[in-house]
Design a protein around this ligand. Structure first.
Ligand SMILES: *Cc1c(COP(=O)(O)O)cnc(C)c1O
Length: 420
């Protein structure tokens, strides 16, 4: 191992990790296309695109060149009192791209913060109109919205963080998704009793990602829109995972033909190159802040919001979406994954195989040792990190057929060999 590795391992604190017992992280030298090149020369085909960010593969020249050009001109300038071309252009392009009148873009540097801003926006939407009782949110079992305190409180309570931090987190309403008429009626009854305490409903549309890659259908989202309208509560779509082609549509909202009042985006926004997220509000939300009263302004402003390098990267990523049919690619990848992974359903311990767009999921009854499983994938030359009880693939939408076949082949081989 290079010296930086051993020195660094004495000082770095890595995510979601028991630092005492977890296996040593792999030392990465570089990336290209769908490959992660390790310091020892091994190459892994990436099955999860670095937490779903690298939709165009690693190091896409269009994006890396845009970053280099912007770095030479102006890496960053604060947005307090100043505005620059890349942030202005990106906001304009996102407003045109997003459904309905989602047209006001508030930038931040991480998904969790974008969700925090959405929650704050929703509560202040009511406060600005003199309504002080609507401070709670309805979120759903299986959901994941981030790791900060406010967002932890709207994640699935089974995730563990609720128990660990019970008494510390604000309490919200974690409900069942209205997957059918019966659960829709239950949510309807719940809202009938509690709507006057509820600022908004927040959901990851179509696919709940980190909570276990759980799918629901378009009518479920249409029911949520209907209930939000019926009870006058706001509807927030957290598209941080689903946005930018992952489900086979540009946004899950497009597929469902449902326009939320607020949407959060992040992850693939810069094509996996720089941290950037955004909270996008509809005209109705923005209007509640637009007044002669200074205190009605949105009181938020991350230091690095609208970072010029990150916005340049996002603009270049949107160019790539415009110049290439990534949605077609997502659906083709989905077809190939369905064919290749469908047979896993007959394997012992496999509960379900499901595919939507560029997401394939093999759900197991349980995974005893996720880390050991991960290491077996590495031995097959692939980078796949199971979460909860699922092994899933969310490759770059540019992955080659041959590389995709290596990924699906590795999943089958490892699951066929059993003992996980
Ligand atoms: C990843 C994720 C977040 C949190 O984003 P970070 O950038 O990790 O803070 C929030 N919501 C969803 C749906 C996510 O997938």
């Amino acid at each position: 191992m290079p010296a930086w590795y051993d020195d660094g391992m004495r000082h770095i604190w890595l995510p979601y990790r028991q630092m005492k017992t977890a296996a040593a992280p792999l030392a990465v030298a570089r990336t290209r296309g769908s490959r992660i090149v390790l310091e020892d020369g091994r190459e892994l085909i990436d099955g999860i695109a670095s937490w779903w960010t690298a939709v165009h593969g690693y190091n896409p020249p269009r994006i890396t060149n845009a970053i280099a050009k912007q770095a030479a001109r102006m890496p960053h300038v604060m947005l307090g009192g100043l505005l620059h071309e890349q942030a202005a252009k990106l906001a304009t392009r996102l407003a045109a791209l997003l459904p309905g009148d989602l047209s006001r873009v508030f930038f931040s540097e991480s998904g969790s913060v974008a969700v925090e801003v959405a929650l704050k926006m929703a509560v202040q939407f009511w406060l600005n109109q003199g309504v002080r009782s609507r401070t709670k949110f309805i979120a759903f079992k299986g959901g994941y919205h981030g790791d900060t305190f406010a967002t932890m409180a709207i994640c699935d309570p089974e995730e563990g963080m609720h128990t660990l931090f019970s008494g510390v987190l604000p309490e919200h309403f974690i409900c069942e998704l209205p997957r059918d008429e019966e659960s829709a009626e239950a949510l309807d009854r719940f809202l009938a009793d509690h709507a006057d305490e509820v600022a908004g409903i927040i959901v990851e549309p179509l696919v709940q990602g980190a909570g276990g890659m759980l799918f629901h259908d378009e009518p479920c989202l249409q029911r949520l829109r209907g209930l939000a309208d019926k009870y006058g509560v706001l509807l927030i779509f957290d598209e941080i995972f689903t946005g930018f082609g992952r489900t086979g549509a540009m946004f899950a909202s497009d597929a469902a033909e449902v326009v939320p009042d607020i949407m959060t985006i992040g992850k693939a926004l810069t094509g996996g190159t720089l941290p950037l997220a955004a909270t996008v509000a509809s005209g109705k939300i923005f209007d509640a802040f637009y007044s002669d009263e200074p205190l009605h302004a949105l009181m938020h402003g991350p230091t690095y919001m609208g970072n010029a390098l990150a916005c340049a990267a996002a603009n270049a990523s949107l160019d790539l979406f415009e110049n290439n049919n990534r949605l077609l690619a997502a659906n083709e990848i989905g077809k190939a994954m369905t064919t290749a992974l469908g047979p896993c359903l007959t394997l012992p311990g496999v509960k379900d195989v499901r595919v939507r767009g560029g997401i394939a999921v093999v759900e197991l009854a349980r995974i005893e040792n996720r880390e050991a499983l991960c290491q077996r994938f590495v031995a097959e030359g692939v980078w796949i990190r199971p979460l909860r009880n699922v092994v899933y693939l969310t490759p770059a939408l540019t992955i080659s057929e041959a590389e995709l076949a290596v990924l699906t082949g590795a999943v089958r081989k490892v699951l066929e060999s059993g003992t996980i």
